[in-house]
Design a protein around this ligand. Sequence first.
Ligand code: NAP
Ligand code: G3H
Length: 486
Amino acid sequence: MFSNLVGEERKFRNLINGQWCNSKSQKFIEIRSPINEEVVGRVPAMTKEEVDEVIKVAVNAKEKWRETPINERAKILYRAADILQERIVDLSDILIREVAKDRKSAESEINRTADFIRFTADTSKSIYGESIQSDSFPGFDKKKLSVVVREPMGVVLAISPFNYPINLSASKIAPALVAGNTVVLKPATKGSLSGLYLAKIFQEAGIPDGVLNTVTGRGSEIGDYIVTHPSIDFINFTGSSEIGMRISKITNMVPLLMELGGKDAAIVLEDADLDLAARNIVEGAYSYSGQRCTAVKRVLVEENIADKLVEKIKVLVENLKVGNPEEEGVSIVPLIDENAANFVWELIEDARNKGAHLILGAKREKNIIYPTLFDYVTTDMRLAWEEPFGPVLPIIRVKDKDEAIRIANESQYGLQSSVFTNNLDNAFYVADKLEVGSVQINNKTERGPDHFPFLGVKSSGIGVQGIKYSIEAMTRRKGIVINLKK
Ligand code: NAP
Ligand code: G3H
C-alpha cells in the first residue's frame, strides 16, 4: 500500500511519467505537524530543471490522453474514487497529522472527494458540443453549419491550498483529466503529503504514465517559474487573493480559474429565526478553526435584535471544544502554523485596542487561538475587512438591511454571503444587491453540494467552479464549419 511514494527518513518522491522519482538535488522541505511540530514527512524542493522535466512529460502525454475515449477516462476516475474510500483510515490519519483536521472533518473531506470524482466521471459523459445553423444570421440562409466541439486545453497546472489538500486537489485534477487534459499538481507545501497520496491513488486507478505528475517545493521559490512556464496551457489555482493576484499579473495569455479569499458576511434581519441563525453562524465561523474560504467571517445584524443574537452565539461558542484534533469532538484545532496565529492575533489586538467588546476568547497557546467573539466591531477596525483564516468572529451592528448591504459590498472580497430572514421579499432584496458569487438564504455560507456553481467576484476569484462548470472551464470550444454547396 502506498509503495514507492516514500523512502527512508520519510523522504517523499514525486510522480513523474508514472515513476516515483527521488529528488535529484536532495534538497528537502520538512513538513511539521501543526499539532506538535513532529516531522511527518520531507518533500523535495524541486529545482527549475526538475520542473522543466515534469512539464515536458505532461506535454508529451497530451496527444495520447486526448485521444482516449471519455468513457475510458471516466472508468479510471470511478476506480480512483473507490480506492480513495478504501484508504479512508490512512488518509484521515495523514490529514489529521499534516494539517490538523479533526477526524470527522478528515473523513468527510475524503468521502466528499470520492463523491466528487464519481459525479465528475458521470458528468463528463454528457458534456456535448453543439451545432449551429447559419440562417439565424441575415444573408446566410442554411449555407453553413458550425459543428462546435469541445477540446482539452492541454497541460493544466493545478495549485491547491493547505486547508482541503485532498478535496481541492481532486476538484482540479478530476475535471481536468476527464476533459482530456494532462495535469501537473503543485500542492501547498503544508498539505503536499496529502496531495502526493492522492496522486498515488489516481496512479493506482490506472492513469497512464505522464498524464498526472506532481511538483513539490515552496511557492515562493518555484511558483513564479512554474506559472509562467511557456508549456502551461491553463492554471487552476486555489489560495489567497494575494498570490492569485500575483499570478494574474505575471502570467501572459494563459486562461486562469481562481478560487481566492473571502470575507463572507452573515446578514441577520430582525425577522430571522435567531436560533437557526446562531447555529449556522457558529458552525460556519469556527469549524476547522475558521480555516475555510467560505467561513462566516463577519456578522452584520440589525441593531434591535443584536443583543439576543449575540447571547445565542455566545452560548454556542462557549461549548466549542478546543485542542488536539485527534480527540473526539474538537472543532477548534491548532492553526496551520505560528505565523497564521500571529496574524490572527494582530487582528484581535487591533479590534481590542480600538474598542470592540470582547465577548469570549482572545486567548492563545502557541498556534491555538481560542474561539474569539467580538461585538460592536466598527468599520475602522481591521477585523471588519481582513480575512483572519482563524477562529475569530466580528459582530457589526447595523441600523437596517441597506446599511448591511452597503458594508457587505464595501469589502474587496465577493465570495459568498448569507441572509437570515423569514421574509422572502427581504431575502431576495438583499440577495439581489450583494456583490458575491452566491447567496445562502437561511444557511451558513458553504461550497457544497459540489455540482453547484461556486465562484467569487472582485478579489475572490476568476471563473466558475462546480463539476460541470469546471469541466467546461478546462475545455475550449472549436467550431468546424461545414459549407454546403447550395
Ligand atoms: P496561499 O498561501 O495563497 O497558497 C496557495 C497555493 O499557492 C500553495 O500551493 C502555495 O504553495 C502556492 N503559491 C505560493 N506562492 C506562489 C507563487 N508565487 N506562485 C504560484 N503558487 C504559489 O494560500 P493557503 O494559505 O494555502 O490557503 C488559504 C487561502 O486560500 C485563504 O485566503 C483562503 O480563503 C483561500 N482559499 C480559497 C478557496 C476558495 O474556494 N475560494 C478555497 C480554499 C482556500 P506553498 O504552500 O508552497 O507556499
Ligand atoms: O476553503 C474552501 C472550501 O472550498 C470550502 O468548502 O464550504 O465545504 O468548507 P466548504
